[in-house]
Each structure stands twice: as C-alpha cells, then as structure tokens.
Design a protein around this ligand. Sequence first.
Ligand SMILES: [Zn+2]
Length: 67
Amino acid sequence: MNARLAMTEIGPQRLCSKCDEWWPDDAEFFYQSNGKSRQPCKACYHQLPSVVAKEERRRAALKAVAS
Ligand SMILES: [Zn+2]
C-alpha cells in the first residue's frame, strides 16, 4: 500500500511529496484526479515553477484583454 497515506482517528492523512507535511487526504488540500489525491499538496502545487509561469501568462493575457 501507499506509505504516504496514514489512517488516523481524524481520517486519512497524506504525506506531501514536496513539503513533507501531512495533510488531510481530501479535495481541500490535494487536487483530485480520478477520485485520487494528486501530489504535491495544493500549497506546493502553486509554488511549482511551471504553475507560476502559467499563472503569470494568464495574468498578462487578462491584462491585455482589459486594456
Ligand atoms: Zn506540500
């Protein structure tokens, strides 16, 4: 089984592959795909260089539309 998943009395907790923090294994803390939590956690996901670059392009595009 997955060593990154732990069953606790407050529900399943998942270990993030990036920040090494345990988070509740649900859609609030992990993006879901096919009913499963995706790594890394949402907080880390938004720190990924590819995501940051995408977000910057999106903001630039919105700015271009608005002006
Ligand atoms: Zn994380």
